[in-house]
Design a protein. Sequence first.
Length: 643
Amino acid sequence: MQYHPLTLAFTRDRAHLEPGFRHAYFREALVRIRLSLVVAIFLYGIFGILDAVIVPDKKFIFWIIRYIVVIPLAMATLAFSFHRAFERWFQPLLAGVCLVGGLGIEAMVILAGPPASYSYYAGIILVFIVVQTFFRTGFLWATACTWTIVIVYEIITLWIVETPVHIFINNNFFFISSAFLCTLAGYAIELNARQRYFTSHMLALEKEKVSGINADLDRKVKERTRELTKTYDLLHREMKERLDAQEKRIVLETALNKRQKMEAIGTLAGGIAHDFNNILSAIIGYAELTKEETKESETKQYASQVLAAAMRAKELTGQILTFSRQADQEVAPLEIAPVITEALKLIRASIPASVTIRADLLSDAWITSDPTQIHRIVINLCTNAVQAMLGKKTGIIEIGLEDIEIEEPEKTGFPGSSPGSWVKLSVRDTGHGMEKETIDNIFDPFFTTRDVDKGTGMGLAVVHGIVKKSGGSIHVESRPDRGSVFTILLPRISPPETPRHQPLTDSAEDTIGKGEHILVVDDEVTLIKMMEKTLPKLGYWVTGFSDPGEALAFVRTHGKDLDLVITDFSMPGMNGFDVAREIKKSRPDLPVMLCTGYGESVTRENMKEAGIMDFLMKPVTRQVLGEKIRQILGGAGHAQDPS
């Protein structure tokens, strides 16, 4: 370890430590520097009282030195200590503050004159102590400041101020001795700091070496351990493989059976809905024709009832497609009461006759949600209510719907809800009830109170997720043998200004076409015949084919006479997309509309790729069909999104 004997700086092979030491020395001394500046400012200022006592005639000059020169300089240095540049300049700045303070005291010595001047010598010694010890100024800067003050003092006492010899000798003895001792103290303080820094540096290096050795040892131990554990694992794996294979086979078979069952149910539901939609299309079409062509009021009434029943069946088919995941979920303004009524009608057929369902739907409120999600909420809650009443001879499920206003959620029993307008959906059962421990866990995804062969769980995690996503909250009240009440709050919105779907009316225009030629392609002959009866009444000329190949041949020979093609999607040999692509080869400008009862593969992207302008889901009324045709023929060339 080598230091420069005068500057104490690290030299030779230790010179690279100097910047790090200066930074560490500064960071260590910064708080002490600021505290010392505050104390120095206080002491330098408080001695102004001494000025008023010893030299009252010179006190104003002395106060200018104290309060206008020295103290402001010290305060500016204190303020600058909070700036990042202070680290670079702190040693010369602190030495300068002490030098100005010492010279200020010596100026007072000159101005006060003997014997009053003798009282100010002791203040210079305090400056020595501060600059060499408390300020932690670098040794070179502190020494330069100290001995500059000493030299100026000698000049003052010898040539400016008349000082008796015995006082001069006495003062010099203490004065020079204190300067020398303070210099040695400053030297020792910085030397000690450098030694500590060097020791810490060397200790850090040794720690790094030890850490490296330990890391290398750990690596070797881990490598050896891995080798041993690898051998053990091979043996252990070989022992477990047969058992694991057997367990996995059972699990995979069970999962596969469940998946195939669910896929089969979904496929069956979709196929049934597709065929049923084709049947409904014919029923709706011929019922509209019957209603229009008959003159008997009673027959018209019968036809209206057939139409109403068919539209009801259409809604049920839509629900089947939704539950088989072949219909998109749409989040939009929704009147909740009819959706709940629909769900209750669906679930009534699947629960025991001993369970009574009572509905008290007092609200006609609208919310923002998806009908399918509301269905899932009602069905899940009712299914759980039925499970809760197993073992009882009879049971009652009460479903309530009402509007509420919440001003203070905590007082109304709905903590966590925000003040505002809400729709309250409640499902109450007369089941066995639940204990608090069960209530605390019912919304966990993997929690269940059922036996292994009685289902996969309470299903309430799904309900909780739907409610939270809709911006609402769910609350549970239950006691053993007292039944349970699930209360759901959903944000209420204002009803839309216009209905999302226009109702079927008798006042629709009978003739909206201008003799345009429409080609209809559908594998259902009944639908072809119905369209050949319906579209002419709307003012269109119709040609129909149940064979897609024959339809394409007609387009190739008579395509220039066509104005629109309406094609089914699912047909033998080719689907609606294939038909559209073939038509576009000979008539790129001919608009094509898809009308199908099976919408699983119909998306905006594949419609655009096939060149299809628009989409209708069967069954469809004459009014809706006529409006869509008029929309396409009025703006051919502009693709539409699926309805």
